[in-house]
Design a protein around this ligand. Structure first.
Ligand code: ZN
Length: 694
């Protein structure tokens, strides 16, 4: 889903197939089933955001959201600002209170309260942080300094991985795509420090500037701050850049990572060893505490061939500089001010366009939330998300499933044989709504007040050990990959399940009673629930069956017909130019765009069954169907700085928010009817150019 932009700073190559983390928000007991026919304009969640100077058929996104955008500039500390931030700020203040109370309580060691209190304390204790400098990571730095040969390089890189520093080997544990009940070791590409491979090669002015800053200023500055003198740091930065550039050449492009068959290269450890003779995998797996490994899935074998070549090509000193850089940069946000500031200067300002840092308490709280999110999550759902709300949204999921069924049955391009299997898959989609039934256990996590970065490193190690312990164990279907306070949602192809955190359902600043069905069906049913279900039927998800296994269950004819329609949508999005010469990457964003379009058309069908639609009464001059489209657009309320937008185009499989509204709406006949869109309007597409998939 991804509603808020989080900049991709490290290579986005995580093992587990989940959406990106955004921010946390509060969910209230939204009464989405209400039909409130007397909503005051000032309290109308869609009316109050309108910019009536914009023609809906020219730029619907700005028509729907422009009023709000004019009134709400992006604050200096942010690279984007939107609906998720508004709700996020509210919950942040609430969580701050919970955490401060925990800090004051001095709860017994090992309790949840002690952990969140002490973590927060350590993060705010800048006197201790400044006094310690880089001392807390000195043992890890010394390990790097003591490297004697290439075997040591691989060993230390594997070891650092278990403490949250990604070097050359991207190994983790995840479900076997062809046998979803089994967890297996997965190896992925990585090894680079800029947001993705394209940053090393693009020649446009914007990217060139970022690359030069990185190579000539940022990496040397960080190496100096790690204790090296300038000549050593300059030389070290050369080593870092040449290694990363070579690995980047052997990283697949964003769109090339969308083919699940190309990413599925299962091999025995013997075959892996033959592919990469410079790497002692027995030692790597032992170091990474991966036990009983006999086979692995290598997503990008050409990357590991390149790592093997790189190990022979570059000197031990090159690798020492490279690993030192990785260690410093992955911990920079938790070290002393000089290091944190330089890290922010590059990642926050140069890449993200932000003008200033968030206040310290927000940074620490965000970090606490990413490390111990389910402790905070348990506290907040108790207060903000009732059982009734959970039931209500579970019902909405079923309304969407029923509408989906109708659509599949009526498709004119799919054969009865494939339809039958598609319906089996649809019926099997498992919804996780609101919050987990079973909360994560943080008992192995040790948190104290002595060192902030120490806490972070231990927490990362603890999370790592929990994830590798899954090897050889059955898949836990109760586990959540997101916290309930996350403003986001996800689909997992291997589990054929959708996760809909509580926070995703809130509309900030508006009482639940004022949210009519039309807005709720656009906002929650179409843009979230329908979107996530459609991920099971997008270009990637459709290749997994009802049990979550990668398997050809479509007839070849139906696959070809699907692909033809999908290609039309890819072409539509590739034609959008966002910034200077940056085009949307239609192929890389295809799955998200299919999910948006599917969510909208299924949402319309589900909405048409409601009383509000049938009665047809306008609210504040807006018809029920107009309010549905405005409710959908409300999900993308927000704006973004140019720097962050450029980053998003290059690194993210989600198109910019404005196009996630205007793009799919141009394909939907009900939109033309609702807003009287005619030839000559900028969003107008001739009927034969409009895409219909689901
Ligand atoms: Zn999505």
């Amino acid at each position: 889903m991804l509603k808020i932009i989080i900049l991709a700073i490290q290579n986005p190559d995580s093992m587990i197939h989940f959406s990106k983390k955004t921010i946390y928000t509060v969910a209230t007991t939204a009464a989405l089933a209400l039909c409130a026919f007397s909503i005051k304009p000032t309290n109308d969640p869609v009316f109050k955001n309108l910019d009536k100077s914009v023609k809906p058929g020219d730029d619907f996104f700005m028509y729907a959201n422009g009023g709000w955008i004019k009134r709400n500039p992006i604050p200096p500390a942010y690279s984007s600002w939107g609906i998720g931030n508004e709700v996020g700020e509210e919950i942040k203040i609430r969580l701050k209170k919970i955490t401060e109370d925990a800090m004051a309580a001095n709860a017994p060691v090992g309790t949840a309260s002690q952990k969140i209190g002490d973590f927060y304390y350590s993060g705010l204790d800048t006197v201790t942080i400044e006094k310690a400098g880089i001392k807390p990571i000195q043992p890890l730095l010394s390990m790097i300094d003591d490297i004697k040969d290439i075997n040591d390089v691989v060993h230390v890189s594997a070891y650092l991985n278990t403490y949250g520093t990604r070097g050359i080997i991207g190994a983790g544990v995840g479900q076997d795509a062809k046998n979803s009940s089994k967890n297996i070791v997965q190896l992925r590409q990585g090894g680079i420090g800029l947001p993705n491979r394209d940053y090393y090669f693009r020649t446009d002015a914007r990217t060139t500037r970022i690359r030069d800053e990185y190579h000539n200023k940022h990496v040397p500055a960080m190496l100096v701050l790690s204790g090296w003198d300038m000549p050593a740091a300059t030389k070290g930065a050369e080593s870092v850049f040449k290694i990363e550039k070579y690995l980047a050449e052997n990283n697949r492009k964003l769109e090339d990572n969308r083919d699940p068959y190309r990413n599925y290269n299962k091999m025995t450890v013997a075959k892996l060893a033959a592919l990469t003779p410079e790497i002692n995998w027995t030692d790597v797996f032992a170091t990474m505490e991966m036990k009983g490994v006999d086979s692995v899935i290598v997503a990008q074998p050409e990357y590991y061939t390149a790592v093997n070549t790189a190990l022979k090509t570059y000197t031990v000193d090159d690798w020492k500089a490279y690993l030192r850089w990785k260690l410093i940069s992955s911990n920079a946000a938790y070290l002393n001010k000089a290091i944190e500031d330089e890290n922010f200067r590059f990642t926050g300002t140069v890449i993200g366009g932000r003008k200033e840092q968030l206040p310290r308490w927000k940074r620490v709280l965000d970090n606490e939330n990413s490390i111990m999110g389910e402790i905070l999550g348990q506290l907040f759902v108790k207060e903000y998300f009732s059982l009734q709300a959970k039931e209500r949204y579970t019902k909405m999921v079923e309304a969407m499933r029923a509408a989906y069924r109708e659509h599949i049955e009526k498709l004119d391009w799919m054969s009865p044989a494939t339809k039958k299997k598609a319906l089996v898959k649809l019926n099997a989609v498992h919804p996780k709504v609101g919050y987990p039934d079973k909360w994560k256990n943080y008992s192995t996590l040790v948190i104290d007040r002595s060192s902030y970065v120490g806490n972070v490193i231990r927490a990362r190690h603890s999370a790592y050990l929990i994830s590798v312990a899954k090897l050889g164990k059955p898949v836990d279907h109760q586990e959540w990959g997101m916290t309930p306070q996350t403003y986001n949602a996800s689909y997992s192809p291997s589990n054929n399940e959708i996760t809909l955190p509580a926070a995703q359902f809130i509309i900030p600043g508006v009482k639940d009673a004022d949210v009519d069905d039309a807005v709720a069906y656009g906002y929650a049913a179409a843009s979230t629930i329908g979107h996530e279900i459609t991920h099971g039927f997008d270009d990637q998800g459709r290749q997994f069956d009802a049990k979550g296994n990668l398997r050809a269950w479509w007839t070849p004819q139906d696959s070809a017909k699907f692909t033809k329609r999908a290609n039309m949508l890819a072409d539509q999005f590739s034609s959008y130019v966002v910034l200077d010469s940056l085009h949307v990457n239609g192929k890389a964003t295809l799955g998200e765009n299919i999910a948006d379009l599917g969510g909208i058309v299924i949402g319309i069908t589900a909405f048409k069954k409601t009383e509000q639609y049938k009665q047809g009464k306008s609210i504040n001059g807006l018809t029920p169907m107009q309010r549905f489209f405005l409710g959908y657009a409300l999900g993308w309320l927000g704006h973004i700085r140019n720097e962050a937008l450029a980053n998003q185009i290059l690194t993210d499989v989600h198109a910019p928010g404005s196009l996630r509204v205007n793009g799919p709406f141009s394909d939907v006949p009900e939109f033309y009817a609702a807003f009287h869109i005619k030839p000559g309007d900028k969003m107008y597409l001739a009927p034969d150019k409009r895409v219909k998939i689901w």
